[in-house]
Ligand binder design. Sequence first.
Ligand SMILES: [Zn+2]
Length: 549
Amino acid sequence: MNPFERALRQLVPAAVAGFVFLAPATAGPVDPSVYRQHVATLASDGFEGRKPGTVGETRTLEYLEGQFRKLGLEPANGPSFLQEVPMVEIAAAADASLSFSTGTEVAPLKFRDDMVIWTKRVKETESVTASQVVFVGYGVSAPEFGWDDYAGVDMRGKTAVILVNDPGFITKDESLFRGRAMTYYGRWTYKYEEAARRGAAAAIIVHQTEPASYGWNTVVNSWATPQLDQETSDGNAGRVAIEGWITEAAAEKLFAANGKSFQEAVRRANQRGFRAEVLSSTASASLRNTLRRAKSYNVAARLPGVKRPMETIVYMAHWDHLGRLPECSGDCIFNGAVDNATGTAGLIALADAFMRAPRKPQRSILFLAVTLEESGLLGSAFYVDNPLFPLASTVAAINMDAMHFGGPARDVTVIGFGASELERYLASAAKKQGRVLTPDPTPEIGSFFRSDHFNFAKRGVPALYIKGGVDDREHGAEWRRKYLAEFTTKNYHQVGDNYSPDADLRSGVENLDLLYAVGSRLARETTFPNWNADSEFRAARDRARAAAK
Ligand SMILES: [Zn+2]
């Protein structure tokens, strides 16, 4: 807020100041005071940073259930507003081993220095022995891009050595995949999933700083620590036995032992028609794990549709955040005001708007506050594995994660721009606000794959994930860019992500009005908007819709 605005705000009540500075003249469906009240409450110290497994979880769940009940929504899980999410923490001992053998030569890799490995299988020990190593390039099988790195190779029992990201990113060739923008196939999560579908015993990604977008340290900090995961009924038996990363230097040594050049192999992997290459090396690995089981909860409330109640529009936001800093004095609580008190408060504010609307929706609206986003999108992953309403008739998943503070904007940022027909709905609603859609300014970091709607997308459900725009109406684009950059360096996932009463929430309200317009229109229609034809999620949707008919 500039000094003039601050002075004016002190002279006149906030509502009047809001009227003075708010560009669109008409009030939208969402009540700004309701949104503000819930952001302030959820971000307060009493909620202890909303970490699963703490008193912060108990308070958040009680609060959300209480609000949904008060608004007159139905519990969405039989008689309950809660959906239990079982999870397991798998901690590998430091003696985890991985070695490559070539002929009579055995090359052991050092845990943390040269490699990190783990297993997603819920087991106290896991190993692979003398498994044939196959270099599978990017490990991508993408019919819509005419690309199959696994063509003609039988991976059963073998060890896949895989590059991170996709050929479009590496070559900057806009005709390959989506050029600089990361696709689903570029994400490391996909690499392990595809290797498992191929029946591989182990899947090892080669770390390279630029395509990974982070250094080896980040790999070690993320993976050489206890990992929380979903506890599935089969103990994650469908995953490969051993997953991991090796350094680029370790990959170079492996190729050199085979009389080959790793960099030459990378060049081949970037070319159309690449064929996987069976190396003469074998891999052996073993792990000992400590297992700890726990559970958390999604909160789900429903407004049943009056005409087509089994067709559902989902609004979602993760309620969880990071808790408290251990051994700390001063500001020790990760209040997570932006991330994600805003989205969670947005759910309540949207529910309030739908309940106040003169006409009830024809399709059902599900308000879903998911847990364990910060631990790898686990609450939403559990939901799509155990949906409360069929995914094939779930019309859209609209996600709110970190709705930034700030004033109204001339645009609305679409993360994963160009992906689905939902953008047509968004564009026409945005036009009524005098706004236009703009693509994610940094598609190379793959934000689309880093929040909960992604789990719905993987199952084919069209998903929408927007941000408040980059062109601020009062201060311009450069000001907004600086504001967002400063949030990322100073506050993102830090104790400084706080709420204060002079926080400007107009951007959030503007976006909630927009998402309300999209959801309420979908709730009146009989159509099922799909992913666009070139989307990596289209095939899953077509299959699901065909099976449902
Ligand atoms: Zn978040």
